[in-house]
Design a protein around this ligand. Sequence first.
Ligand SMILES: NC(=O)c1ccc[n+]([C@@H]2O[C@H](COP(=O)([O-])OP(=O)(O)OC[C@H]3O[C@@H](n4cnc5c(N)ncnc54)[C@H](O)[C@@H]3O)[C@@H](O)[C@H]2O)c1
Length: 383
Amino acid sequence: MKEIGVGIIGTGFMGTAHALALVTAARLFDLPARPRLETVVDPDPVRAEAMARRFGFARHAADWRAVVEDPAVDLVSVTTPNHLHRPMALAAIEAGKAVWCEKPLAPTTREALEMTRAAEDAGVPTAVGFNYLRNPLVRFARELIEAGEIGEIWTFRGIHAEDYMADPDTPWSWRLDPGAGGGVVADLGSHILAMARFLVGEIAAVNGDLATVVTDRPETPASPVRRPIEVDDVARALLRFSSGATGSIEASWVAAGRKMRLAFEVTGAKGTVMLDMERLNELRLFRRGAAAGREGFVEILAGPEHPDYAAFCPAAGHQIGFNDMKAIEARYVIEAVAGGRPFSPGFAEATAVQAAVDAIRRSATAGGWQRPADILYEAGGPT
Ligand SMILES: NC(=O)c1ccc[n+]([C@@H]2O[C@H](COP(=O)([O-])OP(=O)(O)OC[C@H]3O[C@@H](n4cnc5c(N)ncnc54)[C@H](O)[C@@H]3O)[C@@H](O)[C@H]2O)c1
């Protein structure tokens, strides 16, 4: 059987998720090629060694260039802080390797576009880790929408709220660095914008507002020195889609009590479909037309009839989780790298998401409606 050598840069939340996803996908899905874990990198050699041992990587290293220079590696997973995606992905592309990069693709549209162009010129497959699009019920929601089951789409309402920055004493980190993490509009806003595009289509214009609610944080854990915060904690935007539908998104990392509230409500002329990732196996569907007094949402539990669920479990309602969505993502990454259909969203689509993020930023400072297409054009696009 054909094999694909994999290198992973980073051993944090996402580095571990990529490794687990590849291992799981190889066991659950009939893949056209078997992923082979070659090299894992972390600047901390102890972490790199530990991850290599746990997952069975052939080699580990402290310098990320070891992955892009490894002739046994065909696919590079980039799971580092956002500002490192570009140099790592560009080096991997230059070495002729496919790239599976975490979201957001890059801190700016210009950088994302440069990465997209490099991959297109080199002809290498790309994938970006918007794993919530892999939820079987999200795919089912899109199928319902495409089949016209809720009619012409009128509105999208989306939120991605968590509370990992709600404590004002949570110390400064790369996510708070304007050039590296770029605030919640990039961190969580990119996820809900990707969801909006996936379900309703291209975003034509945004009218955004950003707010910083925690204005300084400890420089390091327990440090008495506090560092001013320059990025947003809360982001909101009105949306206009190219289709004519309208909508809104909100992203917050200070939403006390919310752990994974990526939720959406898509309403059309004939009904509504809604999902909240804190209950990711439960979709709610409302269809107009029931007798008066009998109208209401029906709850549909994820089951083997929905895309990719059956690989995990033959019974409905038994529930899949976060790492399972990542394993589904890994399935399609491997299929794309093995020569199948292109992975979606790849770098070009993630660049469109980034343009929407940047348009919200521009709207928040300059005011008024801003068009992602203008951001893309100014960055040298479209692709
Ligand atoms: N898809 C998702 O649901 C999801 C969830 C969380 C994070 N992310 C994204 O994943 C990326 C990483 O986030 P995370 O939460 O895993 O962060 P993390 O801090 O847990 O892990 C980052 C890793 O990068 C490594 N690293 C840092 N600098 C490096 C360098 N110069 N060379 C090699 N390795 C280096 C760190 O040592 C660490 O192992 C970000 O882009 C983030 O937006 C995506």
